[in-house]
Design a protein around this ligand. Structure first.
Ligand code: MG
Length: 306
């Protein structure tokens, strides 16, 4: 279907491709989340897309040559995925209440499932910094009911953002005052960390994408609200090479420049959750849209690819 845009800035015209169409890659999911492009030179199109269908406890895979196939089921009710610096898939598991890594031979290893002996809530989304540390959010969505995991009480009693050193298992809390931290990403030079909070009432200022300055040793300071998407809330986002933040929110993918100004929207047919850049040139945007997955060509590519 022809793509619909809301263009609020000339800069947005340079980020989209005129007369593009939304391409539906698949449907029939309960909640498509965690879209992540996995580069693979052996694949037609340069790689494949992986995503989660959380309530069905499965991960799916799409490639140009194979279409959509099951990647893993059951999968620990995975949510967000990303790649580490060696190109391995790292995943947040609601059901496993852990962060796991898929090795090159396909085995899945636990990276962390507790903090000081208390189970994590339900890791939601994650990003890998250039030093190899894994930064992830731990809201309670996977333990609130049996729909997206297993209903349980929180052992931590709080919803933290963590930094994990996967080689040693060392972990520390980097944010302790969010309601429900969700998507997160670094600016291209890693001097800024963006973190969405999907807690709070819809129209409160804190239900936004927040920003922090990041010091060379990874300490956060200068907490401020970066941008407030509307309608909806930001679930997941990626940053392009120019530092623009491409986020899901409600009815659209919304693009904010580094100053937090909304440049424009790519309208989606339903509420959307997560997105990633990929494809043969890195300029295909893949979006999980409720029960469907779509792609669209854009004129931007993701920063910080391994
Ligand atoms: Mg999320």
């Amino acid at each position: 279907m022809a793509a619909q845009y809301e263009i609020l800035s000339d800069a947005f015209n340079r980020l989209i491709v005129p007369d593009e169409s939304l391409r539906k890659l698949g449907d029939g999911y309960e909640w498509a989340e965690g879209t992540t492009w996995v580069p693979d030179a052996a694949e037609e199109g340069g790689g494949y897309l992986v995503w989660s269908d959380i309530p069905n406890d499965r991960m799916l895979r799409w490639s140009e040559s194979d279409g959509t196939t099951t990647f893993r089921q059951p999968c620990g009710y995975t949510n967000g995925h990303t790649l580490d610096r060696e190109g391995r898939l790292v995943s947040c598991e609601h059901g496993g209440r852990r962060v796991s890594r898929t090795e090159q031979d396909g085995t899945v290893v636990n990276l962390v499932d507790n903090y000081e002996g208390k189970k994590l809530n339900s890791p939601n989304d994650l990003v890998v910094k250039s030093d190899g540390t894994i930064w992830f959010t731990d809201p309670p969505y996977g333990i609130l009911s049996d729909r997206e995991g297993h209903k349980a009480d929180s052992e931590l009693g709080a919803n933290y953002v963590f930094r994990l050193w996967p080689d040693t298992g060392k972990m520390e809390i980097v944010i302790d005052d969010f309601d429900r931290p969700n998507g997160l990403a670094f600016s291209p030079d890693e001097s800024v960390l963006y973190v969405a909070d999907t807690g709070y009432e819809l129209d409160t200022p804190e239900a936004s994408i927040h920003a922090f300055d990041v010091s060379a040793d990874g300490n956060l300071s200068n907490h401020r609200i970066y941008a407030k998407p509307t309608p909806g809330k930001s679930d997941g986002f990626r940053v392009d090479t120019d530092g623009n933040v491409w986020t899901s929110s409600g009815d659209s993918v919304q693009v904010f420049n580094p100053a937090g100004e909304l440049l424009g929207k790519i309208m989606m047919p339903d509420r959307n959750a997560n997105l990633d850049f990929g494809g043969p040139n890195g300029t295909t945007l893949f979006v999980g849209v409720n029960t469907e997955v779509y792609s669209i060509e854009v004129n931007a590519r993701r920063a910080a690819r391994p």
